[in-house]
Design a protein around this ligand. Sequence first.
Ligand code: FES
Length: 106
Amino acid sequence: MAKIIFISSTGDSTEIDAPTGDSVMQAAVSTMVDGIVAECGGCLSCATCHVYVDEAWIDKVGAAPGDEQGMLQFALDPNERSRLSCQIQVTDELDGLVLHVPAAQY
Ligand code: FES
């Protein structure tokens, strides 16, 4: 289990307990975190699970690999800290992870 904190574009914070082994997207959807749409259910074909990894966590989470980079082109306003949350696996090492939710998802 890892605590994950989602910060909305308006600064609201939502903290969830995410089961180890799930994707961050699965944990967010099952706890109804606002702004994580996840239309494709996690098969890397929609980009509606886009998040920005907090600067303090980017080294631990890592950058998006090539196939994910390709799909991020379809996200709204991606940047160098963008990830698709369905591609981030929850691990104990990510306890306390802070993610920023975009103002909108395509
Ligand atoms: Fe569709 Fe992540 S849920 S790409």
